[in-house]
Design a protein around this ligand. Structure first.
Ligand code: ATP
Length: 312
C-alpha cells in the first residue's frame, strides 16, 4: 500500500527526513512514533502528495506521489494535524462541500455522508454548526471527511491531540473500526496510543527511521533484571553475564548502594533467570533481586531517544 525508499527532506539547514525506507502492506495499522520534531508530519505530507521530497521516492497503491499525485490522493483519506475548521458550516454542509471536492456524484452524496457520519457517530450532530461542537466531536468531523470517499489508506496525524481521556478512548475505538476497511497510518508521540491501536510501529527520531517492527515482537523482547549490592564486583559480574551462552546484550546501571544489570538474550529468554541464578550462586554475588521482565514499547522508545538525544 505504501512503499517509501531513501526519502530525504531538507528545510534549509534542517534535515527533517534522512534516508527513510519502509513498506506497508494493505490492512496493517501502523503507528508512526517519534518525539516532537522527529519528522512525522513531514513524512505524512510527502506520502499524501502535499510536500515534495528533496530526494527518494514514495509510492501509494503503486502510484508515484510526485508524478501521479491525483491518483494517490484518490486512494488516501487524510486527517491533518491542524484540520481546517469552518465553524459557520453545519456538519452536513461541510461534508457536502468535501463530497463535491472529492467529486462524489451528486446522486451518491447523501448515502456517502450518511455512511461516514454513522461510522464516526455523528448522526445526531448533522445540522449542528461545527463551531458549536466539542473538540472531540470536531475530530470526528475530521475523520468523517477523511473516510467520505472510502479511501484504501487512512493517514491520521496526531488524531487524539488535545482530546480528553474519554474522547481519546472513543477516537481510538473509531480508528480500530475504520481499520477494518482501510490501511491506517497514525502518527503520534504518545506511546500508549500506538500500543492501544496499532499492529506495527515505525519509530522516527531526528528524521531517521530507528525501528520498524511488529508491536508483538518489539514489546515482547524478554530480559532478566538482576540487582546486586554494590561491592566492587560490578565489572566482573558484567563480564560474566556477557559471557553466558545466548546473552546478546548487558546494560549496567550503578545506583547509590546497588548495581542493576539488564540482560537480554536470544530466543524466548525464559532460560535467562535460572542460568543467572546458578551463576550468582556459584560466584557468590551479593544478590538482591532477580526477575524476568518483558520489555515495553516505552523502554524501546526511551533507549532509542536517549542514544540520539530525543526530539528537536
Ligand atoms: P511534532 O510531533 O512536533 O508535530 P513532527 O515529528 O511532526 O513534530 P515535523 O513537523 O515533520 O516533525 O518537523 C521535522 C523537522 O523539520 C523539525 O525540526 C521542524 O522544525 C522542521 N520543519 C518542519 N516544517 C518546516 C518548515 N516549513 N520550514 C522549516 N523547518 C521545518
Amino acid at each position: 500500500m505504501i512503499e517509501v525508499k531513501e526519502l530525504c527532506k531538507n528545510y534549509a539547514e534542517v534535515a527533517a527526513l534522512s534516508g527513510v525506507s519502509f513498506a506497508i502492506r494493505p490492512g496493517e495499522i501502523i503507528g508512526l512514533l517519534g518525539p516532537n520534531g522527529a519528522g512525522k508530519t513531514t513524512l505524512m505530507k510527502i506520502i499524501t502528495g502535499f510536500l515534495h521530497p528533496s530526494s527518494g521516492t514514495a509510492r501509494v497503491g503503486g502510484f508515484d506521489v510526485l508524478t501521479e499525485t491525483e491518483k494517490v490522493q484518490e486512494l488516501i483519506g487524510y486527517l491533518p494535524e491542524n484540520a481546517p475548521i469552518y465553524p459557520e458550516l453545519t456538519v452536513q454542509s461541510y461534508l457536502k462541500m468535501i463530497a463535491e471536492l472529492r467529486r462524489i456524484p451528486e446522486a451518491e452524496q447523501r448515502a456517502r455522508i450518511g455512511e461516514a457520519v454513522t461510522a464516526v457517530g455523528l448522526m445526531e450532530r448533522l445540522v449542528t454548526p461545527i463551531g458549536a461542537l466539542s473538540k472531540g466531536y470536531r475530530q470526528r468531523v475530521g475523520l468523517a471527511q477523511a473516510i467520505l470517499h472510502r479511501p484504501r489508506l487512512l493517514i491520521l496525524d496526531e488524531p487524539t491531540n488535545g482530546l480528553d481521556p474519554t474522547q481519546i478512548v472513543e477516537v481510538r475505538r473509531l480508528i480500530r473500526t475504520l481499520s477494518k476497511s482501510s490501511t491506517v497510518m497514525v502518527s503520534t508521540h504518545i506511546l500508549s496510543e500506538v500500543e492501544a491501536t496499532c499492529d506495527r510501529a515505525l519509530i522516527l527520531i531526528q528524521g531517521e527511521l530507528k525501528a520498524d517492527a511488529k508491536l508483538s515482537e518489539m514489546a515482547a523482547t524478554p530480559q532478566a533484571l538482576l540487582t546486586v549490592a554494590k561491592s566492587g564486583q560490578a565489572e566482573a559480574i558484567r563480564t560474566a553475564l556477557a559471557g553466558m551462552p545466548g546473552v546478546t546484550r548487558v546494560d549496567m546501571d550503578e545506583r547509590a548502594d546497588a548495581v542493576m544489570f539488564r540482560v537480554r538474550g536470544d530466543g524466548d529468554g525464559l532460560a535467562l533467570c535460572p542460568a543467572i541464578f546458578k551463576l550468582a550462586k556459584t560466584q557468590d554475588w551479593p544478590l538482591w533481586e532477580l526477575r524476568h521482565e518483558t520489555r515495553t514499547l516505552e523502554a524501546v522508545f526511551n533507549e532509542l531517544t536517549s542514544t540520539v538525544g530525543g526530539g528537536r
